[in-house]
Design a protein around this ligand. Sequence first.
Ligand code: SF4
Ligand code: SF4
Length: 263
Amino acid sequence: MIYEVNVIRLLSYLVSKGVVTSSQLSPPLQEGVRGLPSLTNSDCIGIECAQCEQACPTSAIQIEQQAEHANVRIDLGNCIACGLCTSICPTATIVNNPSTRTAQSEREHLIIQTSLPPVNTGAVSGGGGIFRRSMAVRVVSTGCSACDLEIGASGNPIFDMERFGVSVVASPRFADALVVTGPVPKAMHEPLRTCYEAMADPRLVIALGTCAISGGVHKNGYTEANGANGIVPVDLYVPGCPPHPWSILFALQMAMQLKARRS
Ligand code: SF4
Ligand code: SF4
């Protein structure tokens, strides 16, 4: 009886709530939600401070003292979004970045510096072809599965990746894109290559999450878990530990346009 009452309550809640799927694509994170770090124009104190460099657990930050000022360099492909640098910086040179449009098609574009303007992230323009609005992805998980949980969340009614034509498939034979999660330890090098070789051209590889980009906290360890690069050719990088579902959906839309260009 209690079960029936709860089901009726749940159904009336869902009916009263109406459509929950967000009409926005990759909006900024809500206030208070931690994203990746970004840099401002506020002057860094330099090596006399260097608190961020010392605090960073993945050595993603370098402070380079120059004649007039200091250059702050952050490799977002190494960043696990722990928030230590943004909370510690006394000059607000490093701040929280609420953007979920963080994917890049070039590895070096994940490196941000105070001395350089930020690289714009945006959907790849142009392209065409019959697959422009659909993509089948095969996920190969080699890590803690937090990224896989966020891929799962990308398919829930709020984010609903299938409305963009994205589906997760079981076989690499049917996949347009290979999504790699986790740091790819040595034991997974060969299985990952085998999966990639089973895919038909044109095929894309998406390194999803900081581990898949660089190894993250596992980098240069005994398991040789330094990410997907060098094992398979990566076309798109999605930083985060794990990336937000909006970041994942944004990257998948970029991937669709990259694929359309190659079709
Ligand atoms: S914590 Fe801030 S002020 Fe200190 S070195 Fe880092 S960026 Fe510069
Ligand atoms: S947020 Fe990223 S760059 Fe900053 S301390 Fe943590 S891992 Fe390092």
